[in-house]
Design a protein. Structure first.
Length: 273
């Protein structure tokens, strides 16, 4: 048979994609298929999914933020079966691959002010209160919702809102970094995604093998931002942190492919400078 596995994906924002995978081939060969079973990452609700619709070429559509290997079994009407495996590919649009413009190359958190000038104490206090509320919301979501797309969507939205509060939340960073609260550590990685600081590069690298994959992913994204914005004055520190993050990832029995991809981008971004 000359069947092929095809896929596509569409970035939705906030580190979230919609994607599809299907079987491509001559119609006379597709008509010989009874059904196609896709085995997704175990974090998905109902990770084993069987599709019977010939008209869609047995297409499976879903959404998420991580890449992983999809295992596929094609059952034919004569009772025989063929197995395949394909790595899900999720790509950022070209305008996001280049990354956001540097905030101020080589600057640390303490050296950066918002473009519109310092915020008032009242505004900063309100933002800090809001980010603490987001911490509580994140922990409630993890505690009360089962693993799967709906929970991940909620967590991604929370992380996005944390990033929007990064500047006024900077005074909380030191406490968040040393916190036993997973929500506060997510807030710390979110701040560092927006405003990289060389002081916390090793801390970010060590999130890779000590946190759940969601926080580890955002830590790897923070290292990518650091590779793009701290290359001039802190290249060695960034390079060492990325190497440490990669070693930490390699030490795990299961390696989150999404973190593998982001760390590869970080290494490439550093090497381009």
């Amino acid at each position: 048979m000359s069947l092929e596995i095809k896929q596509d994906s569409h970035y939705q924002g906030q580190n979230w994609w919609k994607w599809s995978v299907w079987i491509e081939g001559p119609m006379e060969e597709l008509k010989q298929i009874e059904n196609v079973t896709y085995v997704l990452h175990p974090s998905f609700a109902n990770p084993v999914r069987t599709v019977t619709k010939l008209a869609s070429k047995f297409k499976l559509s879903s959404q998420g933020w991580g890449i992983f290997t999809i295992r596929i079994k094609v059952l034919k009407k004569d009772g025989s079966a063929e197995s395949y495996a394909v790595d899900l590919e999720l790509s950022f649009p070209n305008d996001l691959i280049d990354g956001p413009p540097p905030i101020r190359t080589g600057s640390s958190l303490a050296a950066i002010e918002p473009p519109e000038g310092p915020k008032s104490d009242t505004t900063a206090s309100k933002a800090q209160t809001e980010i603490r509320e987001l911490v509580n919301e994140y922990e409630a979501v993890r505690r009360t919702m089962s693993a799967g797309d709906p929970r991940t969507i909620k967590m991604a939205k929370i992380a996005s809102r944390m990033r929007s509060l990064a500047r006024p939340a900077v005074p909380l960073l030191k406490d968040f970094v040393g916190s036993p609260s997973a929500g506060e550590r997510l807030a710390a990685t979110s701040i560092l995604e927006e405003i990289p600081d060389p002081e916390y590069l090793i801390w970010l690298a060590d999130r890779i093998n000590t946190e759940k994959p969601f926080i580890g992913f955002h830590a790897s994204r923070a290292l990518l931002t650091a590779a793009r914005t701290l290359h001039s004055s802190h290249a060695n520190e960034v390079r060492n942190a990325i190497a440490r993050a990669q070693a930490n990832l390699n030490s795990l029995d299961w390696k989150d492919p999404n973190q593998v991809s982001v760390l590869r981008q970080a290494q490439l971004a550093l090497n381009e400078e």
